[in-house]
Design a protein around this ligand. Sequence first.
Ligand code: PLP
Length: 438
Amino acid sequence: MTDAIAPRTNTSLQDRARTIMPGGVSHELRYRPTHPVYIDRALGAEKWDVEGKRYIDFKLGAASQLLGNARPEVMEAVAHQLSKTPYSGDCHALEIEWAEWIGKLIPSADLVRFTGSGTESTMLALRLGRAYSGKDKVLRIDGHFHGWHDMLLKGSKPGTDMPPSQGVPGAITDLTVVAPPSLDAIETCLAQDNDIGTIFVEASGANYGSVPLPDGFLQGIRTLATKANKVLIFDEVITGFRWSPGGRQALEDVLPDLTTLAKVATGGLPGGAVCGRRDIMDLLDPGKPLNGYAPPVSHKGTFNAAPLVAAGAIAAMKLLATGKEQAQADAMAQQLRDGFNDCFTRHGVMAHAYGDSSTCHLYFEGLSIAGKSAAEIRAVNPALVNGLRDGLLKRGVDFMSFTSCVTSSMHTAEIISEAIDKFDETIKDLIQTGVISK
Ligand code: PLP
């Protein structure tokens, strides 16, 4: 048990964590062979660990904190709601206001249902797709990530159609068809397999855009889905409210049938949502029974639309609706990508920083990712991933995952320039130690 006077260091906490939590962590990507950093507090574009060390934050709550860590407007709304009730398990006015915001901002959202997380959103959307189409199979794109549940795990690791986990039944994975991000290949799959009823796409391309979709892909898949009468689902768990106030679909002017949301959509608090076409979402309405089922599609969840989260999310929506937050985060990501590319040029490293919106991805195998598959883009040498992460952490910079990161509207030109300097020192180190070859 906790010893109040024991020193709280990253290593002592890890020792304690490993005795009670598998690997000492609550999420496998937080695991580090030595020890993770234990964050004590976060504000704006920065955070501090239990030893008082400061980090420039490009992880930002796994891309949920577009508005910056602990944004005062959101925190004040949460604190106010906490004084009333965090959660009672009842209907409440805030969930309606939050749903109205989503309905106003996301172009395809006729109706909204709240969930407990992004994973729960993709589970529910798939159940709706299956019920509406009457077909069990789902087509998903190689390398796209839709959460950790059984139904969409196969294909999340690029280049293989084995799920990256034991314990996933073959009977489930047999219902998941993995296709490359090629409209021709998808059209062929749909023509060959009449049991596919639903199509899932990560609206940014795999891994929040580290594998961007070909130009016109979202419009093209919309046309294919309409022609073949399939339910088209855009996973906007990362792109929703980040790419624009209306997500990627508003930017591309293309409407999916259903959209999955979480992260920014919840004001960076725990939760998620599914929204979409009225006739499909109506399957969740207990007042509209079908074939003896009321509601036709069942969905529960203790913490769906918890008032504490709804209060913070509404405060976030008011800021996100203006588009100013996204514009600032985008400008900071552009400055970061430019600075990283200048650094690569300065040191003669054949690498490339790229990304859409407020993201930045690094590719270390050449000056362009054009024509590369998801498996090729994501096959980063582990020594380099670890060296980069450790080198940056040592200097007080935290990336999100692998060689990718995101910015927030609280990043400033000064903070970005400081991060670029620290990145430069890290790259120099990795060249000197032979981890990066020129
Ligand atoms: N979909 C996408 C595109 C994601 O990036 C994620 C998580 O990173 C999920 C779904 C799952 O969301 P959650 O981690 O809230 O379950």
